[in-house]
Design a protein around this ligand. Structure first.
Ligand code: PHE
Length: 351
């Protein structure tokens, strides 16, 4: 009974003390913790003495004691949080809020993406849309529909990466040009067609400064009634004036592609030396930039288009080549090595 009363008195007294306690000082709070909640603290003492009270008294006093302990703990926790909030971000941590921010670098467009965009924008003005197709192609779309005869040496013109020889649909290969997208487009509808086909193409060549096993093309197709070679020339002439500036000259040399007849290669006056002769044009003043021609009637028929009613032209260029002429990038391998020191140089480039 005596111990019981004594403990009651002590708890009342300490409760008042705890309620009245306030601090914003971490050291003072630590004193408080040691005094009440420490391993040799008041609460531990009271609990030790509590062991001596009678079982009936334990029931009522136990409750009081637990509340008392919770009060001390809650007080400690609240004050600790307030102090941590006030000081925690700076004091006692390595964080220095006065340091200047680090900033982060904005990425840049790849030079090939810059050039591709520019080409697409120019042709957009002439009403060309953009079409895409798969990089893994069957023989029909990459070769046969485009008038490459079976076993014809023309198929060797483009060293092909074959994925599967033979099979139900013939050979399966990585496309060697985006002309395959032209076939897909023509098969899917009826003229007029006016579209660009940008994309990655693959050819089995040893990798060097001047050749790679993949590169990027933009091809174009225009099919409608009465499309002539004059339309082809004017369209490409306009394109070149827009891309390399007014006064850029063009010339067409006869060439051969299985899918166009007649076929031509187009040169422009060298954009580097303006025709005077330099390393880029090997002193000739001219550089080749694309292949083109009138779509062979066989190709139109292969795709279900009446070649008596419709005619069209097609052209194809390598984006690397165009970028090379603009930025004088001598080594093709740089385009795919992802060296940011190289890539960053073109961030504000327009051509
Ligand atoms: N497909 C040809 C190539 O890859 C380019 C081309 C396209 C030529 C359209 C003429 C007409 O070389």
């Amino acid at each position: 009974m005596y111990i019981w009363r004594m403990l009651q008195d002590q708890i009342t007294q300490y409760t008042e003390e705890i309620n009245a306690f306030d601090t914003n000082n971490a050291a003072e709070l630590e004193q408080f913790r040691i005094r009440f909640l420490g391993t040799k603290g008041i609460i531990k003492d009271i609990f030790d003495e509590f062991k001596a009270v009678s079982p009936e008294e334990k029931r009522t006093l136990g409750k009081v004691l637990n509340q008392f302990k919770q009060l001390a703990e809650a007080k400690y926790q609240t004050l600790n949080e307030t102090i941590a909030d006030a000081h925690g971000a700076t004091e006692g941590s390595d964080l220095d809020l006065t340091l200047p921010g680090e900033g982060f670098e904005i990425g840049t467009r790849h030079p090939l993406a810059i050039v591709r965009r520019e080409i697409i924008e120019i042709f957009n003005k002439l009403g060309f849309s953009v079409a895409e197709g798969p990089e893994i192609e069957d023989d029909w779309h990459n070769f046969s529909a485009l008038n490459f005869p079976e076993e014809h040496p023309a198929r060797d013109m483009q060293d092909t990466f074959f994925i599967k020889k033979g099979g139900e649909k013939g050979d399966v290969a990585l496309r060697t040009h985006t002309s395959s997208v032209q076939v897909r487009m023509m098969e899917a509808g009826q003229p007029p067609f006016r579209a660009l086909m940008p994309g990655r193409v693959y050819r089995n060549e040893a990798i060097s400064a001047r050749a790679h096993c993949f590169f990027h093309q933009v091809e174009g197709l225009y099919v409608d009634e009465k499309v002539s070679f004059a339309d082809l020339k004017q369209t490409l002439f306009y394109f070149v004036q827009e891309l390399y500036g007014e006064g850029t000259k063009v010339r067409f040399r006869p060439s051969y592609f299985p899918f166009t007849e007649p076929s031509a290669e187009m040169d422009i006056s060298c954009s580097i030396c303006k025709g005077a002769g330099c390393q880029m044009c090997k002193g000739s003043g001219w550089v080749e930039i694309l292949g083109c021609g009138m779509v062979d009637p066989n190709v139109l028929e292969n795709c279900g288009i009446d070649s008596k009613k419709y005619s069209g032209f097609a052209f194809g260029m390598g984006i690397e080549r165009i970028a090379n002429l603009k930025f004088e990038i001598k080594d093709l391998r740089l385009f795919s090595e992802n060296d940011v020191r190289f890539l960053k140089q073109y961030q504000s480039a327009t051509i």
